[in-house]
Design a protein around this ligand. Structure first.
Ligand code: AMP
Ligand code: MG
Length: 348
């Protein structure tokens, strides 16, 4: 069902909220990506999310609220750092890991002692949660392992027949999943980089770390993963992807070498480039992510272009890396996790 986020039809929201209250599944837009929602307090409804996405049951789900007060209901303890960050960044694309209260069903947290909580700013998400009057558990609305959905069409492609209603309010703003910050440890640790950056969090809290697995560098073993989602393959297109990262001056020639090799063995190849470098390729399939001078533009297009290459049936994707600074850290996390090979050329 289509919705205009500037002029929301409350009868559509009411219909979707009733589905949530009856234990059904609703796909809905947020400012990050589309979510697949169920009543977080209804264990049977949440199990349907895992079935629809074919998500491993050991991977817990973020709980979404429309009112800050709900955090005190879902969490056993709310540290002062959480209050500071909520004031600064909520509603918005920042998720907290906090000690859970007894109200949260085991299936939501995969039996962890903690729960992930976020308050989205998208008007459709916020209206849906407040109309339902219950917290909504919602992972990204894609099949497990696939790129996160940034349009309703992506949800249709992955989950048609698995969900009771899809609310379509157009393309999402950030195009990248939320930042996940663990506040149950010291110092606070980013488990998944996202639109709220390390630099912004440090400006408020001082000491903040990035979990080594969240950098997604290949040298880190899955065994030290802290967020269960860290060890699962993620965000991946069907095509086999190689990421070339490091010195921007050297990236295009490395990609051109790889391109010649794959052409030689008769593979169809797509290149994920940036505005600054796209004219350095002679390949027929070159897609421009955005400009290096505005990494947000790259974040917004990343998952969409991975899916486009899949629709076009390419065998191989060769992708350029960006500097892992600001939202670039989140972009590199997604690119690295989606790649089966990472090639480094010189320093960043
Ligand atoms: P998604 O649902 O697709 O946005 O992914 C949610 C991410 O949050 C997954 O990587 C989960 O592993 C992670 N997550 C959810 N709950 C927790 C938790 N209690 N502790 C650590 N990570 C969590
Ligand atoms: Mg996901």
């Amino acid at each position: 069902m289509k919705l205009d986020p500037q002029n929301i039809d409350q009868s559509v929201i009411k219909l979707a909220a009733d589905i949530i209250l009856q234990g059904g599944l609703v796909a809905f837009p947020t400012e990050t990506v589309y979510g697949l929602g169920a009543n977080a307090l209804d264990e049977r409804a949440v199990i349907k999310i895992f079935q629809a996405k074919r998500r491993p049951m050991d991977n817990p789900i973020i709980v979404h609220v429309a009112d800050i007060e709900d955090v005190w209901v879902l969490a056993e303890e709310v540290p002062p750092s959480a209050e500071l960050l909520m004031k600064r960044f909520w509603p918005g694309p920042l998720t907290f890991v906090l000690l859970r209260s007894e109200l949260v069903p085991d299936v939501v947290t995969a039996r962890l002692p903690s729960v992930c909580i976020r308050m989205p700013i998208h008007p459709v998400a916020s209206r849906l949660i407040s109309t339902a009057g219950v917290p909504i558990a919602a992972p990204s609305a894609n099949l497990a392992g696939r790129p996160s959905p940034t349009t309703a069409q992506h949800v249709i492609n992955d989950l048609w027949g698995e969900v009771d209603v899809i609310l379509d309010a157009g393309e999402t703003d950030y195009g990248l999943d939320s930042t996940i910050l663990d506040l149950t440890c010291k110092p606070p640790t980013i488990l998944r980089p996202g639109p709220i950056t390390l630099e912004e969090l440090r400006a408020v809290l001082g000491d903040v770390e990035v979990h080594p697995v969240a950098k997604a560098e290949l040298t880190v073993e899955a065994a030290v993963a802290k967020s269960p989602g860290m060890k699962h393959k993620h965000y991946a297109p069907r095509a086999q992807m190689t990421l070339v990262e490091g010195d921007v001056e050297q990236i295009p020639s490395k990609i051109n070498d790889l391109y010649s090799y794959y052409k030689g063995v008769e593979k169809s190849v797509g290149i994920l480039a940036t505005q600054e470098t796209c004219d350095k390729y002679e390949a027929e399939r070159v897609k421009v992510l955005g400009t290096r001078s505005n990494l947000k533009s790259i974040a917004k297009n990343l998952f969409k272009l991975l899916r486009e290459f899949d629709d076009e049936g390419v065998d191989i994707i060769l992708a350029e890396g960006v500097k892992p600074i600001g939202i670039g850290l989140a972009i590199m996390n997604r690119l690295r996790k989606a790649s089966s090979l990472i090639v480094r050329v010189g320093p960043h």
